[in-house]
Design a protein around this ligand. Structure first.
Ligand code: HEM
Ligand code: HEM
Length: 129
């Protein structure tokens, strides 16, 4: 495993950690609504929901490092990688806007943020395949 690949895998891992924000919240809502006896561990919710921004910032950071290493090593631009990376930077900017300027108030930014999360899944899938 070279460092370039490793950084790519770390970026993908942090991306899935970011996506877990949605997964844990929805699963928790579902269990509460069904009055299920099964409860999600508070620490799990905290890890993915409260610390969502750190997962997202880590994902964008690893993508930048992955880009620098791959670009200097291979000297060519992966088109699928570039698409995924641009979406990732857009996603991080939207997230920061929502977090620090809108103070987490839902709005258009949040719906776009959700859409870009799904687009990223597809883009990363094409890049890694
Ligand atoms: C969201 C953005 C990105 C993610 C999550 C990501 C993730 C990954 C992963 C997990 C791999 C390893 C795949 C494998 O070995 O089968 C990889 C490989 C690669 N990525 Fe990316 N990447 C991203 C963006 C980019 C960008 C912007 C470039 C442009 C330079 C790039 C260039 C490459 C190259 C050249 C490889 C092949 C490396 C090798 O086989 O040693 N990636 N990427
Ligand atoms: C890989 C990058 C990211 C992905 C895939 C991602 C994904 C998501 C998704 C799917 C939601 C909707 C959650 C729901 O409807 O339950 C969300 C919400 C949100 N995201 Fe992100 N996000 C990323 C990065 C960031 C960053 C970097 C920040 C801030 C610095 C951020 C801040 C927020 C905020 C404030 C919300 C709304 C409130 C909340 O759910 O906590 N996101 N994100």
């Amino acid at each position: 495993m070279n460092i370039g690949k490793l950084l790519g895998f770390l970026a993908a891992l942090a991306y899935f950690g970011s996506l877990m924000n949605l997964v844990t919240k929805r699963l928790n809502q579902y269990l509460v609504r069904r009055k299920s006896k099964i409860k999600l561990d508070k620490r799990l919710i905290q890890l993915f929901v409260r610390y969502h921004r750190f997962w997202g910032i880590a994902a964008a950071g690893f993508v930048l490092l992955h880009f620098v290493v791959q670009y200097t090593r291979y000297g060519f631009i992966s088109r699928t990688g570039m698409t995924a990376a641009l979406l990732m930077l857009l996603q991080a900017s939207l997230g920061c806007f929502g977090q620090y300027i809108q103070k987490k108030r839902p709005g258009l930014w949040l719906n776009v943020h959700r859409l870009v999360a799904i687009a990223l899944l597809i883009a990363i899938g094409f890049h890694v395949a």
